[in-house]
Each structure stands twice: as C-alpha cells, then as structure tokens.
Design a protein around this ligand. Sequence first.
Ligand code: PLP
Length: 361
Amino acid sequence: MSKRAHNFCAGPAALPTAVLQRAQAEMLDWNGLGVSVMEMSHRSDEYVAIAEKAEQDLRDLLAIPSDYKVLFLQGGASQQFAEIALNLLPEDGVADYIDTGIWSKKSIEEASRYGNVNVAASAKAYDYFAIPGQNEWQLSKDAAYLHYASNETIGGLQFDWVPEVGDTPLVVDMSSDILSREIDVSKFGLIYAGAQKNIGPSGLVVTIIREDLLGRARSLCPTMLNYKVAADNGSMYNTPATYSWYLSGLVFEWLKEQGGVAAMEQRNKAKKDLLYKAIDASDFYSNPIAKNARSWMNVPFRLADEKLDKAFLAGADARGLLNLKGHRSVGGMRASIYNATGLDAVEALVAYMAEFEKEHA
Ligand code: PLP
C-alpha cells in the first residue's frame, strides 16, 4: 500500500485509512453483486439496506431519540444556512443567532435574507478569542430558534457548554465537531453537519431534526429544501448523494469498531491536550483562544516570527505533515485533528515543532 501522509486539512479532511481500503475493495464489485455502489439504483433493495444501516449506525453512535429524523441531504452545511430559515423562521418572526466567527457570520447573513435575525451575542467583543457567557446574551422574547456554531473551524473557538434557552429550539452547526465527543441530542431541535470533517465526503450534509419542527416551511421554500419533504421521502425525494452516503456509513461502522463516540472523545482529548501543551510550553508558538473555548478539532497557532511560516510549512511537508497552513483570513498555522487523525499524527507534529523551534528560536 502507498504511504499515507498525516493530513491536518480542515476539510475535506482525512478519512480513516481502513474505510478507504474497504471502499477500494468494494469499488468494482459490491458484495458479489458485480456493480459498484455508485452504479446502484437508490431504490434497489441493496442500496436501501446500505442507506438504512448508515442511518441506524449514526442513531446508535449519537443515541438519537426516536422522535428525531435523520436526513442525508445535499448542498453542504452552507445550504442549511438558508434551509433553516426557510423552514423554521416565520415571516413575521425572529430568530436569535450567536456570532462566534466566520461560519456563524455566514449563517447570520444568509438567514437575514429571509427574516428577522437578532444577533444575541457576538464574540467580536473579545476579538473572537472567547465566547460571551450566556449572561451577556440579549435573547429575543419569542425567538423561533437560537442558532450557534458549536465549533468555529477557522478561528478554533468551540463551545464547551450547551446554551440553556428553555423551550426555544436550539439549532446548532456541528459541522466540525459532530461525533468528536458525546452530546445529548435531546437538548437540540436541529443539529446539522457538513460531512467532510468527521462524517464522509463533501457535498453531503446530515441534519438531525426533532419531528415537531417538520411541516413549518414557508410556502416559497423550494421543495428540495423542505425538511418535511425530505423526511417523508427518506431523504430520497430526488437521487441522493448515494456514494457519499455509503462512505459515511463505512465511517460510522469504523467509529463503532473504535468504541464509539465515548472512545473518540478520550482519544480527541489526549490529542488536543498534547498539542496545546506543546504550544503553551513554548514562547515560540502561541494560541490566543481563551482556555475554556479552545477547539478540540482545529488548533490555530502562530510562530513568534511570521517570516518563518514558509520554512515551517516546507519542513512539515517534507515530513508528510500536510495542510498546516492557517486559513487565509487568520494566517499562521492550523492543525485540524478530527477523528481520523490519530495520536501518532499529533505526536509527529509536536516532535517537528520542537525540532523547528530548536533550529530557529
Ligand atoms: N459550518 C462550519 C462550522 C464549517 O466548518 C463549514 C465548512 O467547512 C461550513 C459550515 C460550510 O460547509 P460546506 O462547505 O459543506 O457548505
């Protein structure tokens, strides 16, 4: 087998090698059927079984209660920004949003096209280095929902708590931290996640929605964006992203084999502890985020002298430590350490960081 690099890409992100090997083995001939999953009718018994198993495995992994629908949709998480408003925000209503960075800002901009949005709190007050506590939030009286992003992939800012907003449905963008640590799904009205970090290939988005929130779409909501239509048709109103759905199912199986989300949480904690410890122990590297808001999945860091950035990245590439360049809006470095990135990758990164510091400090 060819060598696999340690891929720290923020997304599309590394997938488990075992999953790709299995997909490769099944590529031409799935289960003796003589066709690839990509070539199957989405209505065939075989494909429906693949799709249903993927859903059931995700339900098992997250202990999703039976009064929630799991939808395998298209258009990525960005399409959900509009879809949420079109389905859940009445024309004369208001929705509360929390701004903690670039992705929540995009969700705010998109929802604002369709209705009244109240930005109840913004991390701008803290230069996006900390999350305002709930005592600082200005919530609306009758919000249709409260939206926030549990992990800001670019800024590296993550909630380590779940907002308490009474009966207001919580709508959360979990694109970059779903399945990375345990959650209580029953606290949320709607959870959505673009697949390309902890789930599978890009383009697919998984939406978990409490059933009482179905059937509220505006009349102008396109059929393809109507959650009830998707739910009533088992996410097959049109041809779904069949191969991405199948690959996601393989990832869910792999996660179960690894010990599920609880095991992932332990592993992810060890990974982020190791990396932040290395950053904090050195004057050469820094991460500006408040300790209680540091992301477990995306770790941005800076070198003391940004003139060394290029050399750092070149040395990393030469060692097979790929995609460490920070987002263009932030600069510096960013190590994305999702579920498929093992502790060995973080150990290799930390060893390289120490070596580079010794050479250049
Ligand atoms: N939300 C978050 C937190 C993200 O990290 C991303 C993309 O990386 C998105 C939304 C947008 O996802 P997509 O590219 O699937 O539309």
